[in-house]
Design a binder for this molecule. Sequence first.
Ligand SMILES: NC(=O)c1ccc[n+]([C@@H]2O[C@H](COP(=O)([O-])OP(=O)(O)OC[C@H]3O[C@@H](n4cnc5c(N)ncnc54)[C@H](OP(=O)(O)O)[C@@H]3O)[C@@H](O)[C@H]2O)c1
Length: 331
Amino acid sequence: MQRIAFTKIAEPAQALELVSADEPTPGPGEALVRMEAATINQTDFLYVAGQYFLAPTPGDTIGSEGVGRVTAVGPDTDTALVGQRVALLATYRHGTWSTHTVAAVTDLIAVPDDGDALQLAMLAINPMTAVRLLRDHGDPKNPHRWVGQTAANSAVGEYVVKLASHLGYRTLNIVRRAAAADDVRGWGADHVVVDGPDVDREVTEALGGDRLDVAVDSVGGPASAVLGSHLRYGGTLVTYAAQSGQSPVVSQADLIGNQASLTGFWLYNWWQRTPLTRVRDEYRELVGLVADGTLSARVDRTFTLTDWRDAVDAARTPSGAGKLLFTFPHN
Ligand SMILES: NC(=O)c1ccc[n+]([C@@H]2O[C@H](COP(=O)([O-])OP(=O)(O)OC[C@H]3O[C@@H](n4cnc5c(N)ncnc54)[C@H](OP(=O)(O)O)[C@@H]3O)[C@@H](O)[C@H]2O)c1
């Protein structure tokens, strides 16, 4: 088997290497998964560079999510799992940039044989982030609520737009490029505004006197401040990344006078602090939405492990055309 191993905390080109190894043997409660596809997320590179909340151990295989098929299970483990197609949850207990990986069976969710491999490979992180952002904040029971977001053309943004549309919520979206706005409109967004000097006026016009129930932000800085200033009384700005390098902003006037809230979200915390049965139930529900095409994200390119340096280069200079993934041709 082959895998991308982490050798030291450094930039990915210096920290990673392709290594050959014997197939690992699953222990009790574990399964051996032959990988089909694994997502390449920016956080994977932050992780190897030592800039993430979690630190890898040298020798670890990199890659936080993916899809594959169980080929063997360890002792005292349900043999009915053998042959099952599964998505691997992003628990950082296994590496998915590998032709084969061993994972705890509790980190595996069954997925349908006929589902799109690339979409299922992306199941664990971004779509569940969208679910949590919309379900766990603001007033999800209000079917008419407005959801605002920055970086709306990101993969998380695409899931947010599609999930909000599925649930009947209205979305107010900020992007930083006009071409990206057309993409987001095509996914069912109610309004898309291009960031710039007129963004506040355009958001006001788009909302037509309404206010945002919740705003989800992965950019920070001025773009987040615009959404923060359009929250309803008691509304919430949820930060889940700071891609501009700036912290999210809700003004003191909005925090005090409008009783707005500013909070954060990290999927890993949700997974760690939620009972396992609920985590698994939530993922089973999500599998249905991804498998039937309700939720999807654009894919730009795929790579084989041999091309991992090209993947690192492509990730460093994003095209804006969608996600990058590894695929694993086994024959
Ligand atoms: N907290 C969590 O649990 C959690 C979960 C999932 C994802 N995330 C994070 O959420 C972010 C989005 O992930 P993704 O996979 O959806 O990303 P993605 O598909 O790669 O998209 C990146 C997006 O960020 C925009 N962007 C990048 N730099 C920007 C800047 N300086 N100012 C404004 N916009 C900028 C890009 O706009 P252009 O297309 O115009 O370049 C694009 O829309 C990442 O930082 C990821 O690590 C966090």
